[in-house]
Design a protein around this ligand. Structure first.
Ligand code: SAH
Length: 419
């Protein structure tokens, strides 16, 4: 059982605690849940392994689960997203944490194994690395798992593939698919934090830039909307006709990546897919083009192809690598092609993570309450939980809404009465 931590520097704990409290100010829904968990102890004695971006927002979730009696360990869900001061604070506060910002791939997976060594009964994942590692490298532990939750689009796609192949051995709740998650976290969270990351790394002026947004899912909606808000000329690339049409009618230019490659100043990938910017595109890009990824893993930009086409590369400032192409053009890759919002900035703001992590906390509680009743598979967030999270968030924001009158309720539930 893992009781120790592997973090960068324990002396950062004080800073980490301040940062966790600062994020907590904007997480009132999670705070309410923590208060209830404190009394009801829904996770009393239950071992939980969580593989999440180790940020101040995640720390508030971790403390909420601990308040509910959980025996929790944490590891990072991406080698570049860990906030080392937060990791130090959690470790000092009695939550074994395995995450170091900038760790190599080997250490990253070692940390996942350390979390799995805790013999989890519940798993919390962001990207499904914990679940897939458990299913391939520690199969003897699967029988003790009650269930798990998955935070992100990519993870849910992987889990559905596992379920379709008959390989998924316990129930998983797709937190990402809650409306109070994707409509806010994916759209407004990614929309804001992506620009925070790119701006901190480069300090470029957005006004007048030609920004190419690859992918018009919920993250793409947010990124395109915010780019336009700052005065950029926005081009969207897509593969799905309905989404492409939506982008057209939302007022964006839509074209294939190879066309966009010739005109873009900044490229932001949010597709969840592989190699959406590839060798042929690098070949036609303008001198000075900037490439950033804000989705999925570091595969959206074909980095090996960029390296192969370049005659040299060097780091010019933190999170900015300059590739000099054979013909002398320079192309800049940000944050090693890993999600730029968490690599070069602090991830999504606490106010949206409040809703995502309220869903996480309530989803885990639901799994415990329904222990033994759910067969292996991918489950949606129960709709009433989603509605409760929205209602609590509105309340915390001081927003009141109307309530259906009995007459209206009757009208909406009858089919005879038309006019
Ligand atoms: N796991 C993949 C991609 C997921 S990142 C990878 O590492 O490449 C996207 C997820 O990060 C979102 O679902 C979002 O909920 C989460 N996230 C964004 N900001 C965060 C923050 N401040 N703290 C914790 N998680 C955050």
């Amino acid at each position: 059982m893992s009781v120790t931590s592997d973090i960068k520097d324990p002396s950062l704990a004080g800073l980490g605690n301040e940062r966790i409290a600062w994020a907590g100010r904007e997480m009132p829904v999670l705070e309410l849940i923590a208060g209830r968990f404190e009394k009801e102890k829904p996770f009393k004695g239950i071992r939980i392994a969580a593989c999440l971006h180790v940020t101040s927002e995640t720390a508030n979730l971790a403390l909420t689960l601990k308040a509910g009696g959980a025996d929790l360990v944490l590891c990072g869900s991406n080698p570049l997203s860990t906030q080392d001061d937060v990791a130090a604070a959690l470790a000092a506060g009695g939550i074994p944490t395995h995450a170091i910002k900038g760790e190599d791939d080997k250490t990253y997976y070692k940390h996942i194994i350390s979390a799995i060594d805790h013999k989890p009964q519940l798993t919390v994942d962001d990207g499904a690395d914990l679940v897939t590692t458990l299913h391939t490298k520690r199969t003897e532990l699967l029988k003790d798992v009650i269930g798990g939750t998955e935070e992100t689009t990519t993870g849910v796609i992987r889990l559905r593939a596992m379920a379709a192949a008959g390989e998924l051995k316990y129930p998983l709740i797709a937190v990402n698919d809650a409306k109070t998650k994707y409509l806010f976290d994916n759209r407004y969270g990614t929309g804001q934090s992506t620009f925070d990351g790119i701006t901190r790394a480069t300090n470029i002026l957005w006004a007048g830039k030609k920004v190419v947004v690859a992918g018009y899912g919920w993250c793409g909606h947010g990124v395109a909307m915010r780019a336009r808000g700052m005065g950029a000329y926005v081009i969207v690339t897509e593969v799905e006709p309905v989404r492409a049409l939506e982008a057209v009618m939302d007022g964006f230019a839509v074209m294939p990546m190879h066309e966009a490659a010739k005109v873009g100043d900044v490229f932001i990938t949010v597709t969840g897919d592989k190699h959406v910017i590839a060798a042929a595109d690098f070949a036609v890009m303008k001198n000075g083009a900037i490439l950033a990824n804000s989705g999925h893993f570091n595969v959206e930009i074909d980095i090996p192809a960029l390296e192969a086409a370049a005659k040299s590369k060097r780091t010019v400032k933190p999170f900015v690598e300059e590739f000099v192409m054979a013909d002398g053009r320079k192309i800049y890759l940000l944050g090693e092609g890993r999600l730029i919002n968490l690599a070069a900035a602090e991830g999504h703001p606490a106010s949206v993570m409040d809703m995502s992590f309220a869903n996480q906390a309530l989803g885990l509680e639901y799994l415990v309450k329904n222990r033994g009743n759910l067969s292996p598979g991918v489950y949606s967030m129960p709709a009433d939980i989603d509605g409760d999270v929205a209602a609590l968030k509105l309340k915390s924001l001081g927003v009141n809404i109307d309530v259906l009158t009995p007459e209206q309720q009757k009208y909406l539930s009858s089919w005879q009465e038309g006019t």
